[in-house]
Design a protein around this ligand. Structure first.
Ligand SMILES: *[C@@H]1O[C@H](CO)[C@@H](O)[C@H](O)[C@H]1NC(C)=O
Ligand SMILES: *[C@@H]1O[C@H](CO)[C@@H](O)[C@H](O)[C@H]1NC(C)=O
Length: 197
């Protein structure tokens, strides 16, 4: 009798946990999350402890037309929102290729293949790989991968970042997409001089 009760309690506990995990966005983050990267669970705040996850890439530089493989190293996770960005911008860069099992491409405003997210709450491991194609038209000097990773419904880390990925020196940008930093610094100095005198 007692044993049966325990089992029932255990079952109930598992069910509620699964239910909780699956309440918010069981099939992936919504488009509205592209910018904030917040899962949007009411009353659930991101973990303040250091992230147990590392975003690993198979290259530390990018070249147009050369995909980069991205993996999440750490404990198994259920939910993810993964993007490529550069500094001072929330715009997603590049495009995510063929998603693997339990994941899918998320369409973001102005980039229909701008992010990757989970497609269910099945546990993902570092065997789950994401493939990203560098942007065609813009080419920042440095990009990085940034993710929100959910271990479960109420345990997630916000703003997990990869190491910097540098633009390969062979990459040429189409006109007007990046301003070499030397000329931006010169323009700023000139403006400063104008303001001062
Ligand atoms: C990284 O992985 C992608 C996808 O598997 C592959 O196409 C690319 O050549 C790899 N890059 C390096 C530097 O190994
Ligand atoms: C993906 O899922 C399908 C169907 O469940 C399975 O047959 C296939 O082996 C899985 N692929 C990988 C890489 O796990």
């Amino acid at each position: 009798m007692f044993r049966m009760c325990l089992r029932d309690v255990a079952t109930l506990f598992t069910l509620t946990t699964l239910l909780k995990v699956s309440i918010e966005f069981p099939t992936g983050a919504p488009t509205s999350a592209c910018e904030t990267m917040m899962p949007g669970h009411p009353g659930v705040v991101p973990q303040s402890s250091p992230s147990p996850y590392i975003i690993k890439t198979n290259s530390s530089s990018y070249t147009k037309g050369n995909p980069i493989q991205v993996q999440i190293i750490g404990p198994g996770y259920r939910g993810i929102l993964l993007e490529s960005r550069t500094f001072r911008s929330t715009a997603t860069l590049g495009t995510w290729l063929q998603p693997v099992n339990n994941t899918k491409v998320l369409s973001c405003p102005e980039n229909s293949r701008g992010a990757m997210t989970h497609s269910n709450i099945i546990l993902k491991t570092q065997a789950t790989t994401y493939t990203w194609m560098p942007p065609e038209t813009v080419c920042p000097n440095i990009i990085f991968f940034i993710a929100t990773i959910a271990e479960g419904y109420d345990t997630y880390w916000l703003g997990v970042r990869s190491s910097f990925i540098w633009r390969d020196s062979s990459v040429t940008c189409s006109n007007g997409t990046t301003v070499p930093w030397i000329s931006s610094v010169s323009v700023m100095l000139l403006l400063l001089l104008l303001l001062l005198f």
